[in-house]
Design a binder for this molecule. Structure first.
Ligand code: UD1
Length: 372
């Protein structure tokens, strides 16, 4: 019987990471695989659309945990995950990124004595007020195979005392997906559908609690976005996460949206098409900092820190934490820089293959007669 690998995903940024790992492991013919969706994200725009577009297999299980406080959501994933792990009895569990589903699944597996592999390990913002930072730290402590995207992540893990044999610098699986689907995305008529005649618009995504949970801050951010439109002379397009939309409504800030073009959240391919055609991106997301670096699109990250420093040192990213009145000038200057595609080491579309090889040869010891 082949060993079973169980992969856990839950929220939007997980979906583009699991695909390359599943496919590369499938191609080895050495393992059986089981995919669990926790249901942390459940809206079609945040979840369902991604499975079709990314060509992911249907999950074997959907735990249906939904939204809740951090404690409730994390606990619910654990309670619902435990019997699945007991029944499937995988040789190993793979978790992705830094969302609540990631840490919950890792903790449940580790307590059952099942080894945990963490894809996108070692990233640190140094900011423990971000829920994702706590999720990263705990998940990496629990994992015995830590797959890192960049050198700084390896150094973070070493500094935290992780044994070097558990750390594997493999590159970035999200970039595997981007490279595979970029030609499909760029052929899509999304600009026409959104009525964007010209390239050269500014694309915005903002959903972090630090930017959207405080009424005064969110109001100032919205004012700044409208001012970006004037400073750049370009359309500002904002596909809005439901959390941000809910806060705008709750705080009564609809009037501050001004001339910004608010859209529903987009699927993977449409969003990639828009990123690729934009003059600049303004975001507080993690993954978008990496995608814009490879696309060469200038990125302004509205945060005081980043857990992905290679996007600043080698890529197109810069952090902005100054007075919001200065933001329009910063975005306009970024947009004026033009394209500068960059490729950090091992961001070559083959990270999934490296993970599969290490898993089969070294972790499971089934793939090669010479494996030790
Ligand atoms: C989660 C991740 C974050 C990631 C983001 C990307 C954590 C701690 N955070 O944040 O790292 O960048 O996903 O999208 O795991 N909601 C819906 N529909 C859904 C899911 C959520 O309307 O399908 C709304 C609900 O009001 C919910 C809120 O969004 O309460 C927050 O959802 P949650 O999954 O807790 O965190 P995100 O903000 O989406």
């Amino acid at each position: 019987m082949k060993p079973i690998l169980l992969h856990v995903v839950g929220a939007r940024p997980n979906f583009m990471k699991v695909g390359p790992v599943l496919a590369a492991l499938e191609a080895t013919g050495e393992v059986d695989q089981h995919l669990v969706h926790t249901g942390q994200h459940y809206d079609e725009e945040l979840s369902g659309a991604f499975f079709d577009e990314l060509g992911l297999p249907r999950p074997d299980e959907n735990l249906g945990v939904g939204s809740g406080s951090h404690a409730a959501q994390t606990a619910e994933v654990m309670v619902r995950m435990e019997p699945v792990l007991q029944e499937v009895a995988p040789a190993r569990v793979f978790v992705y990124g830094d969302v609540n589903s990631t840490v919950a699944a890792a903790l449940t597996a580790a307590k059952l004595g099942i080894p945990v592999a963490h894809v996108e390990a070692g990233l640190r913002s140094g900011d423990r007020s971000m829920p994702e930072e706590l999720n990263r730290i705990v998940t990496d402590q629990l994992g015995d195979a830590l797959f890192a995207t960049e050198r700084a992540a390896v150094e973070n893990l070493e500094r935290e005392g992780v044994a070097p044999g558990r750390i594997h610098l493999v590159g970035n699986v999200m970039i595997d997906t981007l490279e595979r689907l970029r030609p499909v995305a760029e052929a899509r008529p999304v600009r026409g559908r959104l009525g964007l005649e010209e390239e050269g618009f500014v694309l915005v995504t903002l959903h972090r609690p630090g930017n959207v949970d405080d009424a005064e801050r969110l109001g100032e951010v919205l004012d700044a976005l409208d001012a970006v439109r004037e400073a750049t002379g370009s359309e500002v397009v904002f596909p809005m996460h439901p959390r941000t939309a809910e806060r705008i409504e709750r705080f009564g800030l609809e009037g501050r949206v001004g001339g910004v073009r608010v859209q529903e959240p987009l699927g993977y391919l449409d969003f990639l098409a828009l990123m690729s055609a934009s003059a600049a991106v303004l975001t507080d997301s993690g993954g978008i900092q990496e995608e814009t670096t490879v696309l060469g699109v200038p990125c302004v990250t509205l945060r005081p820190n980043t857990e992905r420093p290679v996007t600043v040192t080698d890529g197109t990213n810069r952090l902005f934490d100054g007075p919001l009145g200065e933001l329009p000038g910063v975005v306009a200057a970024a947009a004026a820089e033009g394209r500068r595609p960059a490729r950090p080491p091992l961001w070559d579309g083959k990270a999934g293959d490296r993970i599969a090889e290490i898993t089969v040869d070294r972790l499971l010891g089934v793939g090669s007669p010479t494996a030790s």
